[in-house]
Design a protein around this ligand. Structure first.
Ligand code: DC
Length: 240
């Protein structure tokens, strides 16, 4: 059984208290700044932030903890039968619970990133997560971030963005995101990890990373977070 518990925030005074509750999707490769802008856009709109990468990371964390071979579709699919996954979205942080264990911080290292991308290529994993993601957005009022939000999970979303940036910029951003003291925190490691992961995410057979035909493309290489947000809020406002 899967549970997902969005803790709806008090929207009083927020934009959406007077207007419609849209589904806004933000897709793009690793290190492009999706999480930061998605979180801030959700806060600005009074919407719930859905970090779908955290779901794949949660499964990857368990795969690792149980010494399951992440490349083995059958082993990973069997593991899901005894897995519960919950996201608790609070004001600032979205916490991830696997089988009731809080793994919010453990899922953020490079090893789990790689495993997440590996398990994400298995169709049963994507299928398993589909209803969880859609349930989260069934009342609208969601900013959903990932790789296949606009193409596969929410093809009817009212507003879709695809965020991209030069690889060098993405590597720097990802490097700075890693915690001080993280044993993986080394620029070469980050570069290698990102190249492998991006290639895998873009080339897998099921729901690969690519922009939806109706997504607005934003290249954030030379834009600040505030500038990206300004563009996005303008587009969203036109749909409210
Ligand atoms: O966004 P992230 O770096 O936390 O995602 C980790 C991995 O999860 C990513 O490399 C591919 C996979 N993923 C996916 O396949 N589809 C999504 N919607 C989100 C993440």
């Amino acid at each position: 059984m899967n549970t997902i518990i969005p803790e709806w925030q008090d929207h009083s005074g927020s934009l959406n208290s007077q207007t419609s509750r849209l589904v806004v999707t933000i897709d793009g490769p690793a290190g492009v700044g999706k999480s930061t802008v998605a979180k801030r856009l959700a806060a600005h709109l009074g919407y719930t932030y859905l970090d779908t990468g955290a779901l794949y990371r949660g499964i990857a964390w368990k795969v690792n903890a149980r010494n399951v071979d992440a490349t083995d579709l059958n082993q990973v699919a069997a593991l899901l039968e005894t897995t519960t996954l919950a996201l608790h979205s609070g004001e600032d942080i979205l916490s991830v619970h696997v089988d009731s264990q809080d793994v919010t911080h453990e899922i953020r290292n490079l090893a789990v990133s790689q495993l997440a991308s590996t398990v994400a290529a298995h169709p049963p994993v994507r299928e398993w997560l589909l209803s969880i993601q859609r349930d989260f957005a069934d009342k609208g009022g969601v900013v959903a971030e990932g790789r296949d939000m606009g193409t596969n999970v929410f093809p009817h979303a009212q507003v879709k963005f695809f965020l991209d940036a030069d690889p060098e910029v993405r590597i720097n951003r990802r490097y700075h995101e890693l915690q001080e003291g993280d044993q993986d925190k080394n620029r070469d490691n980050v570069q290698r990890e990102m190249a492998i992961r991006d290639a895998r995410d873009r080339s897998r057979e099921v729901a690969p990373l690519f922009p939806a035909a109706d997504a607005m493309m934003i290249d954030s290489s030379n834009l600040s977070i505030d500038q990206v947000l300004a563009k996005m809020t303008e587009v969203v406002a036109a749909h409210l």
